[in-house]
Design a protein around this ligand. Structure first.
Ligand code: ZN
Ligand code: ZN
Length: 152
């Protein structure tokens, strides 16, 4: 039996999507997916591009293009946080976690909360069947808090 979040399973999802939408199945696209699969946490196109320089050379344009495809087939999500760069995260193999977002610099920190998990899991919704959830909490990171204070 294949493990739910194994690279093989994720790859199948991507392959189906590429075929269905008549996109080319290039080794570059799979190499990018493989790197995302083994990467934990949030990333942007530049981070991914830099990681990949070590073992598989792709152009930044290919990274952007592949991220768009992965977004469309929902293997990754894009955090819309108003920061300087869009941040992405894989949707598979992640534990439920929440986000602390700095509204000044766009930095994201993650946290999990056992109490919150218990109360949300026991919550029933009429005519709605939740699959996953994530909380976004907005504020200032420690660095920005200090910086902004010094401007006053
Ligand atoms: Zn900040
Ligand atoms: Zn996250």
């Amino acid at each position: 039996m294949k493990e739910e979040n194994s690279y093989e399973v994720i790859k199948e999802v991507f392959t189906d999507y590429l075929k269905k939408h008549h996109h080319r199945k290039t080794p570059e696209r799979y190499a990018i997916l493989e790197h995302i699969h083994s990467y934990d946490g949030h990333f942007n196109a530049d981070i991914l591009f830099n990681i990949m320089q070590n073992d598989y050379r792709v152009s930044l344009a290919t990274v952007y293009n592949t991220l768009e495809l992965l977004l469309e087939c929902k293997l990754i999500i894009k955090h819309q946080l108003g920061g300087q760069f869009a941040q992405y995260e894989k949707t598979f193999g992640n534990n439920t976690h929440h986000h602390l977002i700095c509204t000044n610099c766009g930095k994201i920190k993650e946290f999990s909360d056992k109490q919150l998990r218990i109360s949300i899991q026991s919550r029933k919704f009429a005519h709605f069947y939740p699959s996953h959830y994530s909380l976004y909490m907005y504020g200032l990171c420690g660095k920005c808090k200090i910086e902004l204070k010094s401007l006053l």
